[in-house]
Write a protein that binds this ligand. Structure first.
Ligand code: FES
Length: 86
């Protein structure tokens, strides 16, 4: 994992894909984890949603996916999110 993604705790912009493929692969659990972290760590997170980033069309299967401060987080999981904000 790219350790540059360890975020500073000022403002973090996160855009989560809530399109059909990402949703079926767990984007709702990722959203829950982000909300939990936001509340627990009192981090200013600008949380937005996108219906599809077209990354579901990638041959390697990148879903669920999200963008964190303009970096792609592919095959995202709640554990991966927890690690980034750790
Ligand atoms: S559904 Fe998430 S990238 Fe297409």
């Amino acid at each position: 994992m790219n350790t540059d993604l360890k975020i500073n705790k000022n403002v973090t912009a996160i855009c989560v894909c809530i399109g059909q493929t990402c949703k079926s692969l767990g984007s709702q659990e990722i959203l829950k984890e982000i909300r939990k972290i936001k509340e627990k760590q009192r981090i200013a997170i600008d949380l937005t949603y996108q219906n599809c980033f077209s990354r579901c069309e990638h041959k390697d299967g990148l879903c669920p996916t999200l963008k964190l401060n303009n970096e792609w987080i592919d095959n995202a999981t709640p554990a991966k999110i927890k690690e980034i904000f750790g």
